[in-house]
Design a protein around this ligand. Structure first.
Ligand SMILES: Cc1cc2nc3c(=O)[nH]c(=O)nc-3n(C[C@H](O)[C@H](O)[C@H](O)COP(=O)(O)OP(=O)(O)OC[C@H]3O[C@@H](n4cnc5c(N)ncnc54)[C@H](O)[C@@H]3O)c2cc1C
Length: 441
């Protein structure tokens, strides 16, 4: 379609999480008339910075989802952030402070650092030496391979058995044998660039960045850019049904209204997309419904600061020992989202791991946390913000399933989001940018 040949037909984007907003933003910049429907009262989906006043009512915030953004140079996310002219700063969250692996009953430096690599428990000297052979491992990744198989191939079986579960649980909340490579597309990319080590060196460092105003500011900036055109963004407007029209067009029904569109973009969690597709594309609906969603339980707590943790900390716990506690991460003391004088921690539990009954309430969680972090003082403030269905479990084999969904979607319907591109925001940025560039819409 030539974007300059008069008013283009409307494209309806369903969902104003980061996927929907990014897709709408790209299409808007290519001259398409866009309308976005968001079912909830706010934009951003999981990427929202929520108010959480301090103990005296001071301004303070918590992140509903990501606490910061990992940005690689010249990657789609970096381009997008630059385009939006967001005020970005180096993130004061965990990577600059100590990072630990909770394993064998004690806390050890994270094996993601060189010092940690030498000192972390569970691997013999020879098994640690095996890690250094990573650049020479066979490059044979397939999107349907499990993370367990991928890392065993590249870093050895001992690494995959002893350390990987904690590292993966802390990012994707599930065991590595249950997750397919399609959940972390960067791994396949690095392998194509020569392996984890050489690929990272060649593709340049990833920096942890934070927009002023929190991660939610990214969603707000996208929404603001879209909202400059009248009648573009509609909150509290959930799509309830899709009706096919002659000529491959669609009518989308909301509560008491309907809108016709040439193209409909489903930027929704899999269950919501499956619901809409059930009457019009039953096989695609069934495949989407088969993607398991993981519930994450998240506790936010504020504490008096611990000396040495001023730049924040990160803890990952070996899952069988954590009894459901997957890890904790804190803001730095000077993080503008926190309350001056207090350290802010987020503790996450659950995902694909059963939660021990003792960890159902904050006192149990706090006791378990102190097993790994004995220095942690009593919390001054606590708030639970659960994340039901937050993470799609993209199992080994998901690549084939995703390809089939794309193949059978009726013309005029598009499917985007964490279930297709992986839950990482850099992957969503790359996926939506590539899709928008190539989309025959
Ligand atoms: C606790 C937590 C920590 C995370 N940490 C990180 C991290 O550190 N780094 C990282 O990269 N990623 C992280 N993520 C993952 C990342 O936040 C998500 O993968 C990403 O935000 C998903 O965006 P999305 O737009 O695909 O989906 P969503 O955010 O789920 O957005 C979907 C939107 O669709 C709307 N919707 C649903 N049904 C309808 C309907 N019928 N009609 C209209 N609208 C509808 C919803 O209200 C929602 O706004 C984290 C997630 C969580 C929960």
């Amino acid at each position: 379609m030539d974007p300059h040949s008069g008013p283009p037909p409307p494209t309806l984007v369903l969902g104003a999480g980061l996927s929907g907003l990014m897709a709408a933003w790209h299409l808007h910049h290519r001259g398409f008339a866009i309308e976005v429907w968001e079912g909830s009262p706010a934009v951003g989906g999981w990427a929202q910075t929520l108010p959480w006043p301090g103990p005296q009512g001071e301004p303070g915030f918590l992140e509903r989802g990501p606490q910061s953004l990992r940005v690689a140079q010249d990657a789609p996310l970096e381009r997008l952030l630059r385009n939006l002219e967001l005020d970005l700063r180096p993130s004061p969250s965990s990577p600059r402070g100590p990072r630990w692996l909770g394993r064998a009953g004690a806390r050890h430096p994270s094996p993601a650092t060189l010092r940690g690599l030498a000192r972390a428990p569970g691997l013999t000297f020879l098994q640690k030496l095996r890690l250094l052979g990573e650049p020479f491992a066979s490059a044979a990744s397939h999107p349907d391979e499990s993370l367990q198989a991928f890392f065993a191939r590249r870093l050895g079986g001992a690494f995959a058995r002893e350390w990987l579960p904690a590292l993966v649980a802390g990012i994707l909340a599930a065991p590595p044998e249950r997750i397919g490579l399609s959940a972390l597309p960067r791994l396949s990319y690095l392998e194509r660039c020569g392996g984890l080590l050489l690929g990272s060196l060649r593709s340049g460092p990833e920096r942890t960045r934070l927009p002023a105003g929190g991660v939610g500011a990214l969603a707000r900036a996208l929404a603001l850019a879209l909202d400059k055109a009248p009648d573009t963004l509609h909150l509290n407007r959930a799509a309830r049904a899709l009706e096919p029209l002659p000529g491959g067009r669609w009518r989308v029904h909301g509560e008491g209204l309907a809108r016709e569109a040439d193209q409909v973009i489903l930027a929704l969690p899999s269950a919501a997309a499956a619901e809409l597709l059930r009457p019009v594309a039953p096989e695609a609906s069934e495949l989407l419904d088969a993607i398991p969603r993981l519930d994450l339980r998240v506790w936010h707590s504020r504490h008096r600061p611990v000396p040495g943790w001023e730049r924040g900390f990160g803890l990952l716990v070996h899952p069988p020992e954590g009894r459901g506690l997957l890890g904790a991460v804190s803001f730095a003391a000077d993080d503008p989202r926190g309350v001056p004088g207090l350290m802010q921690v987020r503790t996450y539990l659950g995902g694909a791991y059963p939660i021990d009954a003792a960890l159902e309430t904050w006192p149990g969680v706090a006791a378990e946390l102190r097993r790994w972090l004995p220095e942690l003082p009593e919390a001054v403030q606590v708030r639970e913000e659960s994340c039901p269905g937050a993470f799609p479990l993209l199992e080994p084999g998901h690549g084939t399933r995703a390809a089939r969904i794309l193949q059978i979607l009726p013309p005029g319907l598009h499917w985007l989001g964490a279930d297709r591109f992986g839950p990482g925001i850099p992957d969503l940025a790359e996926g939506t940018e590539t899709w928008a560039r190539g989309a025959a819409i």
